[in-house]
Design a protein around this ligand. Structure first.
Ligand code: PLP
Length: 391
């Protein structure tokens, strides 16, 4: 196994005990751990409704369905994100419009969003922003643009549980509280802040949307008598009804228990990541002609899901692939987040329309970042990078 992968979950004995307790009880799905997990997420994210499900992709799909994305109601999103942010809209048969990003932070900006809306030939119903790598988007600015064009905002916050946005009045809001958005989605995939193998959730202050999502998560099964299309004279305790399409996106009890246990360490984990990021920034300072750690304005409120630097590979005279392979050979894993969506055959668009995203993609590299790393490890990784550049 590689010594320093680019990311790694932290599983403690307390996590294992939490899962084992569920297995010993034998009630493995649709039980009280799910409700407890949703309750705990609700107080963490300070949002009125939380619906947990079995992946971040499922969360996006359920949400887009509930918001009514479809052939005539498109999604606008960033070109630098994981596939699911956009493909979940395609699952609803909705068109996807990509916007360019800031070349340094890789984030959507109000200006890029507005440009893409003006250029779009299809009606845009939803704008999904992505808090890439844990860096928080300018929500207030994007909300102004969304209001101007009558769009709803969704936050794909898969990288940013525990983050906060600070508005122009210096007020702080927790990501997930949906101050500027109709809903937020999170992923609890193995390498996310809250590691559950697979898992996710939607947060929203809108009860109608929450109820739609909850029903669709479980096959759109209706069990409430007053909602049946048929009235029965006799008692039929077994009866249920399906009036629209639904899915099985339920989260099981073992994952919920693991989530509850992991959630306890969300904020201590972020503090640790902040310290590791500060060490990286300090160590890489001497390479400033080659490497830019991260856009300064986003450093303070990042929750550091990833530690992505920008590297001038032309200047160091080596391709990114060769650089990654050299690090890999000494046990250091790295990754690229992400291949812009317009390069994917499924979403294909002309890269010339996305200069910011092309520039970001050409130089981004994510270095190891996870809570069990030590400052000594970061010193070692940074020294290896310096040696490769000096070669
Ligand atoms: C930004 C973003 N959105 C959505 C997802 C999808 O989440 P999941 O893997 O839990 O389906 C991911 C997962 O990596 C992601 O990084």
């Amino acid at each position: 196994m590689i010594k320093f992968p680019y990311s790694r979950p932290e599983i403690l004995n307390s996590d294992k005990e939490a899962v084992l307790e569920v297995l010993n009880k034998g009630y493995l799905t649709q039980g009280e751990k799910l409700l407890e997990f949703e309750d705990k997420l609700q107080s963490t994210f300070k949002c009125k409704n939380v619906i947990a499900c079995n992946s971040g992709t499922a969360a996006l799909h359920l949400l887009y369905l509930a918001l009514g994305l479809g052939p005539d109601d498109g999604l606008l999103t960033t070109s630098i994100t994981f596939l699911a942010t956009a493909s979940a809209a395609k699952m609803c048969d909705a068109p996807v419009i990509l916007a360019d990003v800031d070349p340094i932070s890789g984030l959507l900006t109000p200006e890029n969003v507005e440009k893409a809306i003006i250029k779009s030939k299809v009606k845009i119903k939803v704008i999904t922003v992505v808090h890439l790598a844990g860096k928080i988007c300018n929500m207030e600015g994007i909300a102004e643009v969304a209001k101007k064009y009558g769009c709803m905002i969704v936050e794909d916050a898969c990288h940013a549980p525990g983050g906060e946005y600070i508005n122009s009045k210096n007020k702080h809001y927790v990501v997930g509280s949906c101050k500027y958005s109709v809903a937020s989605t999170f992923s609890f995939h193995a390498i996310k802040h809250i590691s559950m193998g697979e898992g996710g959730c939607v947060t929203t202050n809108d009860k109608i949307i929450a109820n739609k999502i909850r029903r669709k998560r479980n096959h759109s099964m209706i069990k409430e008598k007053n909602k049946f299309s048929i009235r029965f004279e006799d008692a039929r305790p077994w009866y249920y009804e399906m009036q629209e399409l639904g899915w099985n996106y339920r989260l099981d009890e073992m994952s919920s228990a693991l989530g509850i246990s992991q959630l306890k360490r969300l904020y201590s984990g972020i503090e640790k990541r902040k310290k590791l990021a500060a060490t990286y920034c300090n160590e890489l300072k001497s390479l400033k002609d080659f490497i830019l750690p991260a856009k300064q304005s986003t450093i303070d409120n990042s929750v550091w899901h990833l530690y992505s630097v920008l590297i001038d590979f032309n200047k160091i005279g080596m391709s990114r692939g060769d650089f990654m392979n050299k690090l890999y050979d000494i046990g250091i894993g790295t990754q690229v987040h992400y291949i812009p969506l317009f390069y994917q055959p499924f979403f294909k668009e002309d890269p010339k329309n996305y200069p910011g995203a092309v520039s970001y993609y050409n130089s981004t590299l994510s270095l190891p970042m996870y809570v069990s790393l030590t400052n000594k490890d970061i010193n070692f990784i940074s020294d290896c990078i310096k040696n490769i550049i000096d070669e």
